[in-house]
Structures are given as structure tokens and as C-alpha cells.
Design a protein around this ligand. Structure first.
Ligand code: SAH
Length: 237
């Protein structure tokens, strides 16, 4: 076999091993229990959602830059949010902030159909190319302001926001199905609370999952545009 092929196989084996360790140490040992979430995060090649030069860091315990001042979330946060959505396989899901498309891939495997909105067109296009290459077929991609949701496709059984907002966006609340669940970081620009919001009849039940620090969702029902400049302060957002 050609030497570079051997190198590639060895690299794949190392990445697979690192992924298994990530699931064990960063997810299971920190309390993620949903078997479907653990299984899918063991299988989805997170490195493929990053630029080649960052593959060796793909399974580390922190977010990583994906270009345009944005980040791919830390594996634990992806696991926590995915588990919090309580997906069984049939749900219609709206994701706001496609980014690299990694969380989108996880949702696509755990739910029924995924609608994902990204504000930055180059990120949306890269994510779409990757996800199509990897064989995902139940995802619809949109470029635009996700803070107002997508009324054309509503109602959604689940909504997940992978960037922060100052307040729960009223448009997203209106687009929830009965017994729907929204997982979203809400709070200050630098620090937020990750919320699970359940919609049952006329009541809206909020549960705090953890403290967190996400990049902002910039849009009509998110942060005003100028707050984006502050992203330049830190590579991790
Ligand atoms: N889930 C992604 C994380 C992306 S970070 C991943 O795992 O890679 C949040 C993303 O939200 C960024 O890509 C950013 O460009 C996008 N974003 C910011 N404001 C937005 C808005 N109003 N609508 C849709 N996407 C937005």
C-alpha cells in the first residue's frame, strides 16, 4: 500500500480512538446518559467539520474557531443540548446557527427532519457541502436571521439555538408546537444561562441547565449588530 494511504489510515485510527475517549471522559463521566446521544457522538466524525489543520484538536474539551469569528461548540455542550432536547426520532427541529454543521449532523441523526438557519453565507455553504458529502439527507439549509425563526415551516417540535440571545425571542416561542422544547442560551453578552423551555398548553416552563458562554446571535430578536465587533476580543467567543 502507498505510504500516504497508510498514514491516512493511521490518522483515522487515532482520531477514532480520540473520539471514543471524548465520549467516555467528556460526556459519560460528566453525566450525559442518553444512549442515542452517546452513540451518535461516537460515530459522527467531528474532525470533518473543522479545517484540516485543526483535526488533531477536534476531540479536545473546548470550542474551536471555524472562521468568520465563529466557533464550533465544545463536545460536552453539544451532548448536553442534544440530550436536553429529548429526541426520539420523529421530531421536526429548527436549529439557529448552523456554523460548522456538527450539531446539525447530530440533530439529523437523532430527530426526524432538521431546518437549519445560518447568518453567514460562507459558513452555511461549507456546512451544506460537508453534510451532503457525509450523506445527510433530512436537512434543509437557510441563510438569514434565525432569531425570527421560520414561520413558513412552523410549528417545530424542537428549537435549538447555538448562539446566545438577551431575551427569549417571541417569534421562536410562537413557532413552537404543543409539548415542544426549546434549548437556548439566554443572558448577558459574555455569560448566559442555558435554558430548556417546555411549552405545555398555555404555560412555559423554564429550567436552567448550566452557565455558559456562547457567541451572540446577531439579529432582530437577538443582539444588535455592533456587539459582533466584540467577538474580535477572544478567539473562543
Ligand atoms: N452549532 C455550531 C455553532 C455555531 S456558533 C457548530 O457546532 O459549529 C453560532 C453560529 O450562529 C455562528 O455560525 C454564527 O454565524 C451564527 N449566527 C449568528 N447570528 C445568527 C442569526 N441571527 N441567525 C442565524 N445564525 C446566526
Amino acid at each position: 500500500m502507498h505510504n500516504t494511504n497508510l498514514q491516512r489510515l493511521a490518522e483515522e485510527a487515532t482520531l477514532t480512538e480520540q473520539r471514543a475517549k471524548m465520549v467516555e471522559r467528556q460526556l459519560k463521566q460528566r453525566g450525559i446518559k442518553d444512549e442515542r446521544v452517546l452513540d451518535v457522538m461516537l460515530r459522527v466524525p467531528r474532525h470533518r467539520f473543522l479545517p484540516r489543520e485543526l483535526w488533531s484538536l477536534a476531540y479536545c474539551d473546548h470550542p474551536l474557531p471555524i472562521g468568520e469569528g465563529q466557533t464550533i461548540s465544545q463536545p460536552y455542550i453539544v451532548g448536553l443540548m442534544s440530550e436536553a432536547l429529548r429526541l426520539t426520532g420523529n421530531e421536526k427541529i429548527l436549529e439557529i446557527g448552523t456554523g460548522s454543521g456538527y450539531q446539525t449532523a447530530i440533530l439529523s441523526e437523532l430527530g426526524g427532519q432538521v431546518f437549519t438557519i445560518e447568518g453567514v453565507s460562507s459558513l452555511a455553504q461549507n456546512a451544506k457541502r460537508r453534510l451532503v458529502e457525509l450523506g445527510y439527507r433530512n436537512i434543509k439549509f437557510y441563510i438569514g436571521d434565525g432569531t425570527i425563526g421560520r414561520s413558513e415551516e412552523a410549528p417545530f417540535d424542537r428549537i435549538i439555538a447555538t448562539g446566545s440571545v438577551p431575551l427569549l425571542p417571541p417569534s421562536l416561542c410562537r413557532q413552537m408546537a404543543e409539548k415542544g422544547i426549546m434549548v437556548i442560551p439566554v443572558g448577558e453578552r459574555a455569560l448566559q444561562k442555558l435554558l430548556r423551555v417546555s411549552f405545555v398548553g398555555k404555560s412555559v416552563i423554564q429550567q436552567v441547565l448550566c452557565q455558559c458562554s456562547f457567541v451572540p446571535l446577531v439579529g432582530k430578536e437577538g443582539w444588535p449588530k455592533d456587539t459582533q465587533d466584540r467577538l474580535l476580543d477572544s478567539p473562543w467567543g
